[in-house]
Design a binder for this molecule. Sequence first.
Ligand SMILES: Cc1cc2nc3c(=O)[nH]c(=O)nc-3n(C[C@H](O)[C@H](O)[C@H](O)COP(=O)(O)O)c2cc1C
Length: 350
Amino acid sequence: MKQKTDLLNKFWLKGKEFLGSDYALIGGAMSWICEKNLVLAVCRAGGFGVLASGCLSLEELREQIRFLKKEAPGPFGVNIVLLHPQMEEQIRICLEEKVSHIVLAAGVASADLISRLKENGVKTMAIVSNLILAQKLIRSGIDALVVEGCESGGHLGALTTTVLAQEVLPAVKDKVPVFMAGGIGTGQMLASFLMMGAAGGQVGTCLLAAKECRIHENFKKAVLKASSRQAIATVQLDERFPVIPVRSLANNAHEEFKRFQYQIIEDFKDGKITLAEGRHKIENFWAGSLRKAVVDGDTQEGSLMSGQIVGLVNEERPAEEIISSLVMQAEDFLQRTLNTLSDKTGNAQA
Ligand SMILES: Cc1cc2nc3c(=O)[nH]c(=O)nc-3n(C[C@H](O)[C@H](O)[C@H](O)COP(=O)(O)O)c2cc1C
């Protein structure tokens, strides 16, 4: 059931118009997780679903886009991981299938790529985690930004969503629609970002609890049980061996990763491996580990990617209910803020 959004519409109109959905609320892509069924559930709930392309074969990507074009009530996006070895082929398929929105992730999109997509009628979005990148992408012609803080699940930047909201929104909100992501688990948080000038929000972790989210039941149970403190970022032991941080639930794999890095550092000191070999091994440690969690349900060796907001995710519910309650809370929060303001103004005048 669609929620009342009279006040929200005053704040997120730009975001709604850009996305073409009832609500300016994006179900962010999650590799292995945001397949056609979850994306469809988000779109049917009035949100904007994004298909994760990284783990799909090219044939699956085309089939899932076609399915969504047929079944979804409105637009949806496709997430393209810029470092993916088949990125060009994935983009070709999106263009052939006339995907309306492409979300560029995990890297900095070139101005050439952005203009090529725009020439083909695609609305372009990019995920950023700092102001410099946001400004660079705007100069390169990006149509909208998702600004993601490090409370989020998955790969992380260095800054929190609250700092980014204060730093990035004032600088770019009048240039392109900005969707805030990372740590949104209530409508109050969503509404607060809207009041600061965001055009909408993006959620990931809270959709892990959606009935339509087909992660292994072990992963889902771990999410429903976890406290916020358990959603930890991977640790880097030595700056010569960089680690791209990822937030996931604490388990054996985190401990193993520390032991593994320690061993690599020792082997490097002893001259048993080169710097490049050590870096390569560390980069590859987590390869396949999200699949292990999502598909095999291995909660100890898999990567149970989740954001810190996981502590508020305690119940499996249909995506429609998750999205509706966020929207209802946000509208209610705006209404209460308005009432408080008019009460205070009334009192001041009395
Ligand atoms: C399990 C998981 C996998 C993710 N995979 C991707 C991905 O493939 N591409 C991407 O752009 N973002 C990915 N993200 C980030 C989400 O799209 C979203 O921005 C983030 O979850 C929002 O923060 P939250 O987790 O606090 O709600 C992932 C997040 C999670 C939890």
